[in-house]
Design a protein around this ligand. Sequence first.
Ligand SMILES: [Fe+2]
Length: 378
Amino acid sequence: MKRLFFLLSVISALCGRNITISHGPYLCDMATDGLTVVWTTDLPGPSWVEIENIATGEKTSYYETIAGNIVATETLHRVHVNKLLSGTKYRYRIYTGKIGFSLAKRSLIYRDTVASDDLSFTTFSESKKDISFLVLNDIHSRAGFMQKLCSQVNFGALDFVCFNGDMWEWLLDEKMLFDGCMDAAVEMFASETPIVFNRGNHETRGPFATSVPDYFPTRNGTVYYRFNIGDISFLVLDCGEDKEDSHPEYFNLAAFDSYREEEARWLAQTVASPEFQNAAARIVFLHVAPAAGTSHVNMHLQETIMPILNRTGIDIMFSGHTHSYACKEADAKAAFPTVINGNNTYLLCTIKDGKIQVEIKGLAPSENHTHEFQIITN
Ligand SMILES: [Fe+2]
């Protein structure tokens, strides 16, 4: 298939068709020292990102590579940028080259190059105390509603936006991924404010579901991961599907029990790490709140994930899935508060002076609520 794409690109080059950026760019996998920039083009070609430290003017280019080869045969581009400085603002620009074959030189040549406008981002800080982020979930491919819901949000003031599951209803192909959410996200914020992507049960559905992680790369290669901003540690945990693996809806194509058990083994190691143990506060994103239901996924998460979380000093969990807002205090099942966001609201979270303020905001005033939790006690 790759050879076919490559051949088509050569034919197109000879025909004189220009290459264009079809979607993106958007920012993923942000850390204190790097990130991944993602975009697509209508033709395959080698891709790179030019980064400029705004304060010093120093420029560096990063290429999309696999084991030393610069990737030239894909239309999905994921360029990992590293060795950046913490809490530093960078200007960036993406490029994809269109290559063709020179009969005269018997070699590949660049026919033209497409580039984005100048954009910018700021790496996560190792020392920042005041942190703000926004959480969206259960949009279920309603891109227009998401734009309306977030029309007053100042995305430029946020450290990140968390997609906390079920942003799509299901996924048949790449077009549904961009039409259902990502094109709107890029238009609103995602070229300059990073996405923290977390799967819900609906992102596991449809023929394109197994391709979804390709569009939200992480440095450890898994859908679940951990990151820090300042001395706050964030856990992004994947709930998997919500019914038994044997449920007829999954056509014998689900193996989420063993997946959650694998995730729990990773979690046990991660919470034992010095980075997590020494964090001033610990925040969890998990689409399904384990203690907020009795379906199979709730019970299995209570069996696998919750025993680890309950003994590890979690300060707060953010969830969705139920399509209705709830704020649950710590109890016998969950040793920490859980805020469940509905399907028509977002959470605006602000960490300041050791507290996290959680504002639940919708289009109607009756949907608005505010809670505050002390998360740093020393
Ligand atoms: Fe869900």
